[in-house]
Design a protein around this ligand. Structure first.
Ligand SMILES: [Mg+2]
Length: 278
């Protein structure tokens, strides 16, 4: 199981190329299907300013086409971002379920919004983290503090390497010292204090349980936090890592968000053909 340290157990295997016909065949033959995707690095290329991470060309069009088939496909995006940001960046407001802050909150396809985790003392603990960041992280040094209300992240992609390492470690120890309400998340050039119960593995189990547990479940993601979802779907799920072929709990891989869009487009084509056949 993926650990919070982000270390990958050596027994993991390298995912293999996703066969092009696999997902179109699954939606044609085994619908309904739960199709879930991460956002950054999956639907959107990674960029140096997270606020400008727009969807890859064709991504929103492909999602819009997929959302026209709610009986065949339950479509969801699970992101570390908060829902307001995710909504703004995706630029879509149609039959798509969004889970923000690693599954702590949900925006339903009908527009209703709620927390799916009991937050207990999380808000107080996060206030302490905010205070620590204000007092310790230097301005103009390439750090970006992202406050997502239910979590607080420190991005260090543009900071000098030694300073980044020093503040990352200090942040990690501070968060660990705040007690059991919070956990530490690590991603690409980012560390984050988040509610203990927010993780993408729980989020995907939540979606499966309320959709149809026997329906095929598909998950695309590119980062350490996505390993929790890959792991949750290790028996029978169709899990796709976006990026290099490093060992992973995912069974398959595609190279880039562009290939994710190509795959989604092929699935939309298959659903539209299926509809004309029905
Ligand atoms: Mg990602």
């Amino acid at each position: 199981m993926p650990s919070e340290s982000g270390q990958t157990p050596p027994a993991l295997e390298r995912p293999r190329e996703l066969p092009r016909s696999l997902l179109p065949d699954v939606v044609r033959r085994r619908a309904p299907v739960l199709l879930t995707l991460d956002y950054d690095g999956t639907l959107s290329p990674i960029v140096s300013d997270p606020a400008r991470a727009v969807p890859a060309p064709g991504a929103t069009q492909a999602l819009a086409r997929l959302a026209r088939h709610p009986k065949a496909l339950a479509l969801a995006v699970i992101s570390g971002r908060d829902i307001d940001q995710l909504r703004r960046l995706l630029g879509v407001d149609f039959g798509l379920t969004m889970l923000g802050v690693h599954g702590a909150e949900i925006l339903e396809a009908d527009g209703s919004r709620r927390l799916i985790e009991d937050l207990g003392g999380v808000p107080n603990a996060l206030d302490k983290v905010r205070e620590w960041l204000r007092a310790n992280v230097p301005e103009q040094a390439g750090f970006v503090v992202e406050d997502k209300r239910l979590s607080v992240a420190l991005h260090y992609r543009n900071a000098e390497a030694k300073a980044a390492e020093r503040f990352k470690l200090a942040f990690e120890s501070f968060v660990a010292a705040q007690g059991p309400q919070l956990r530490l998340g690590r991603g690409k050039m980012v560390v984050e204090a988040m509610p203990r119960g927010a993780d993408k593995g729980r989020a995907i189990r939540f979606l499966r349980a309320r959709f149809r547990f026997d329906a095929p479940a598909v998950y695309f993601g590119d980062d350490i936090t996505d390993e929790d979802a890959f792991y949750a779907l290790r028996d029978g799920g169709i899990t796709v890592r976006v990026g290099d072929s490093a060992p992973s709990w995912a069974k398959f891989r595609v190279a880039s968000p562009t290939e994710v869009v190509e795959t989604l487009t092929a699935v939309a084509d298959a659903l539209e053909r299926r509809r004309t056949v029905d």
